[in-house]
Design a protein around this ligand. Structure first.
Ligand SMILES: *[C@@H]1O[C@H](CO)[C@@H](O)[C@H](O)[C@H]1NC(C)=O
Ligand SMILES: *[C@@H]1O[C@H](CO)[C@@H](O)[C@H](O)[C@H]1NC(C)=O
Ligand SMILES: *[C@@H]1O[C@H](CO)[C@@H](O)[C@H](O)[C@H]1NC(C)=O
Ligand SMILES: *[C@@H]1O[C@H](CO)[C@@H](O)[C@H](O)[C@H]1NC(C)=O
Length: 552
């Protein structure tokens, strides 16, 4: 069967790999060939950290104190962000007791991989404390940790509402104004949910008569400060990215779709949501979700998402890495798409989907929409009508929210297509930062981690992406689990099963000449390679860089 499918799939992959006017640039697949390959043996300027633990998956950078905090299996570490390998680290040993581990094993879990305390959550709680949660041999626990002393407290907090039981489950969590916003599959039964805890108004998603989430695997969440400079008194929002079973596809009962097709989604909630008073009590009243399209039907499994400019919502955008849908098990390929927050907002302001009992199918809802618009945040105009919080919303609106969590229109990528399609690569994580060149323009610089321990550094140029270099950061093939950029330390930190690696953001000395550096299109190398040239030289170099970048 694969013999026949291969040529078809290859033709689909390459046909779409040619961007825009092909005269101006070589095919995208060619362009995506990294200009430089740095194998493990040629790595330079890197620093390493490896303790007794495994699975260094959770990273928290604290720029102000120049610490990199790491959550691993059975341990937490506080490393110097300047040099993670300087030997002056602090460590917290936090393992599940042998009794806990054997109980976990008795429940049928694997005592070689699952019955440990995998630290999954690590964030700043307040000016003095950090907050951490671990899977704790399938009995999650959380702790407020004195950041200065860096020791475990004497008492712990229940973790089952905040942390997955299963260390391999997708998880994302944020602390916002002291409240914990986590999304994962909770409890022994792995129930997907978006929850708010450690907050006067605990909230979760609705399960009756319809599940708002279906076998969701969470990838990423971010707070977007949409209240800042808002003319309408808008609320801040938290956006969630995940893959889930598409109940809207195929027929089936209202709650139980037979579809096994999984699709990518973006969902959002309002920070000021207090839940409903009678209907949707202790549930989100502002939950809405939409399909996220990159390159369907091939690439639908979301692997990593990063946000840029989340502080200024008018400029906020996201990059997402997808791999092939699960039916293409034996093939490896990845796609990268960019999304603008404005497009996501437009989809959430558009038509809803509805389950139609007659046809037993989901379809676009064509009926009247009650006021205030279901799923919206409380704004000035609602306050002026007497809706001071979500608890004042009319029953009609909340009943509508219960049955219409899904939007009709999907979110499409910027320019309607992927920035990159790449065969034989499985991206597992990505992060990015804008970089300003001396001539003025700003470019997004992305770092992508692969399933076999490589980092691709790429710059986004209009409708495509150029991979500046690929670097093998681990000798043994292993999955890159986390990536964090520090502009202050000019470093990229990589979390993986065997340890943490610190790499310079750019190593311009590798380029033998300025010409090489321009051809490699590394925006950092203008600023950082050697002594700064005269201003007119900088300007002409930047122009040359842009010409090279645009392929003219
Ligand atoms: C896991 O359980 C097996 C069977 O009970 C036991 O022989 C083994 O020593 C256990 N391994 C660990 C690491 O606890
Ligand atoms: C920070 O939170 C911890 C744990 O809840 C608490 O003990 C501590 O007093 C808080 N510190 C401040 C400065 O609020
Ligand atoms: C932990 O690391 C091991 C390899 O050392 C890997 O096989 C396993 O999948 C990792 N577990 C998690 C939950 O990431
Ligand atoms: C909303 O707040 C205003 C001003 O505080 C108050 O007069 C009004 O009664 C409140 N409305 C509700 C429904 O609570």
């Amino acid at each position: 069967m694969w013999g026949r499918l291969w040529p078809l799939l290859l033709s689909i992959l390459t046909a779409t790999a040619v961007p825009g006017p092909s005269l101006r640039r070589p095919s995208r697949e060619l362009d995506a060939t990294p200009r430089m390959t740095i194998p493990y043996e040629e790595l330079s300027g890197t620093r390493h950290f490896k303790g007794q633990a495994q699975n260094y998956s959770t990273l928290l950078l604290e720029e102000a104190s120049a610490r990199l905090l790491v959550g691993a299996r059975g341990a937490l570490f506080s490393l110097s962000a300047n040099d993670i390998g300087d030997g002056a680290h602090k460590e917290i040993h936090w393992e599940a007791s042998p009794e806990m581990q054997s109980k976990c094993h008795q429940k049928g879990k694997n005592n070689q991989t699952e019955c440990f305390n995998h630290v999954r959550f690590l964030q700043r709680l307040n000016s003095t404390h950090l907050y951490a949660c671990g899977t704790h041999a399938f009995q999650p626990l959380c702790a407020a940790i004195d950041a200065e002393a860096f020791t475990l407290p004497t008492s712990f907090e229940e973790g089952k509402e905040k942390c997955p039981y299963d260390p391999a489950r997708g998880f994302t969590g944020l602390i916002i104004d002291g409240g914990l916003y986590t999304a994962t599959r909770y409890e022994f039964r792995s129930i997907p949910d978006i929850r708010r805890r450690r907050h006067p108004h605990s909230l979760r998603t609705e399960e009756t008569p319809m599940h708002w989430l279906n076998d969701a695997e969470f990838v990423f969440s971010v707070l977007v400060r949409e209240s800042k400079a808002s003319a309408v008194g808008d609320d801040d929002k938290v956006y969630y990215f995940f893959t889930e079973r598409a109940t809207e596809e195929g027929s089936g009962s209202f709650t139980q779709s037979r579809s096994s097709h999984r699709v990518a989604r973006v969902a959002r909630v309002c920070k000021g949501d207090l839940g409903g008073k009678k209907i949707l009590q202790k549930k989100w009243t502002s939950f809405l979700k939409a399909r996220l399209i990159c390159h369907i039907p091939l690439y639908e499994t979301l692997r990593g998402v990063c946000s840029l400019d989340a502080e200024t919502s008018s400029r906020t955008h996201f990059y997402a890495a997808f791999t092939l849908s699960t039916q293409w098990k034996t093939l490896e390929a990845s796609a990268i798409c960019r999304y603008d927050l404005a497009e996501i907002q437009a989809v959430f302001a558009g038509p809803y989907m509805e389950y139609q009992d007659g046809s037993r199918r989901w379809g676009r809802y064509e009926g009247g929409v009650p006021e205030p618009r279901p799923g919206s945040c409380i704004t000035d105009s609602l306050r002026s009508q007497g809706y001071n919080s979500s608890q004042d919303l009319p029953s009609l609106v909340l009943d509508f929210v219960k049955l219409h969590p899904l939007m009709a229109r999907p979110v499409v990528p910027t320019r309607g297509r992927p920035l990159l399609l790449k065969r034989n690569i499985r991206y597992t994580h990505l992060t990015g930062t804008p970089v300003t060149t001396p001539a003025g323009p700003t470019y997004d610089l992305l770092f992508l981690g692969t399933a076999d321990g490589w980092i691709h550094k790429a710059v986004v140029l209009g409708s495509g992406m150029h991979i500046i270099e690929e670097t093998q950061v681990f000798r043994e093939s292993q999955s890159v689990e986390n990536l964090v950029i520090s502009l202050l330390q000019h470093s990229l930190y990589v979390g993986a099963p065997s340890g943490v690696i610190q790499l310079p953001l750019s190593s311009c000395s590798r380029y033998r000449s300025c010409y090489d550096c321009i051809l490699a299109r590394d925006p950092n190398c203008h600023i950082l390679s050697g002594p700064l040239p005269q201003p007119h030289v900088v300007t002409s170099l930047s122009r040359a860089w842009e010409r090279a970048s645009l392929g003219r």
